[in-house]
Design a protein around this ligand. Structure first.
Ligand code: GTP
Ligand code: MG
Length: 199
């Protein structure tokens, strides 16, 4: 898949504010600071489309981007931001649950985990939820540039092992700094969209 056009559409505070219409959407999920916004910029080929920050919790809303005049990519707020006040976390939980459960346009999720760390409790919960709901998802191991060649395979195996994922689970090692994994992830998105269009 080539990225011919991309633009920011809107930022929604919850499902009622999400764009109307039937366009399919792909959401990006992962804990805060895992590299969602960076991946989005790298994937879509724009340096400053989504805000990247060293401060966890930067993305607080559902940010919509239109790609190729065809489908939406949604940058979701990160989970597990320990320093967020209780009320904000609760609000976040409600918004995410509402979105993931009721948003009909959502066809697949890109689930990010940090390639250097064991999956967190929230990563486990999220992956379990995706499997229970039979939501198609691609697991992306981010910041792969930080791992040397010798550590990569064991790190990836540790992640899929910890999450108890089958061999067939799509898994893409990704670096937003080098662009590694971009082609594979775009191919997976294209496949996910075709599958929906054909069903
Ligand atoms: P929230 O919006 O807070 O949920 O964070 P996020 O998941 O959108 O993370 P973001 O893209 O803002 O990146 C967080 C930090 O990780 C930034 O300092 C990035 O520069 C860094 N980072 C992201 N992707 C990569 C990568 O592929 N390689 C390396 N080395 N650093 C990365
Ligand atoms: Mg972000």
């Amino acid at each position: 898949m080539n990225i011919d056009s991309v633009g920011f559409v809107m930022s929604a505070g919850g499902v009622p504010e999400c764009p109307p219409g039937a366009r399919a959407e792909i959401a990006m999920s992962g804990r805060s600071n895992v590299g969602k916004s960076s991946l989005l910029n790298s994937l879509l080929g724009h340096k400053r489309l989504a805000k990247v920050s060293n401060t966890p919790g930067k993305t607080q809303r559902l940010n919509y981007f239109l790609v190729n005049d065809q489908f939406h990519v949604v940058d979701l707020p990160g989970y597990g931001y320990a320093r967020a006040p209780g009320s904000a976390r609760n609000q976040w939980g409600q918004m995410m649950q509402g979105y993931l459960r009721t948003r009909r346009q959502l066809v697949a999720v890109i689930q990010l985990v940090d390639s250097r760390h064991a999956p967190s409790r929230e990563d486990h919960e999220m992956v379990r939820w995706l499997r229970d709901e039979q939501m198609p998802f691609c697991l992306v191991a981010t910041k792969i540039d930080k791992l040397g060649q010798s550590k990569r395979q064991s790190a990836l195996r540790a992640i899929t092992g910890a999450l108890e994922l089958p061999e067939t689970q799509p898994l893409v090692p990704y670096s937003s700094h080098t662009g590694e994994g971009r082609g594979a992830l775009l191919a997976w998105i294209e496949h996910a969209l075709v599958t929906v269009a054909g069903s």
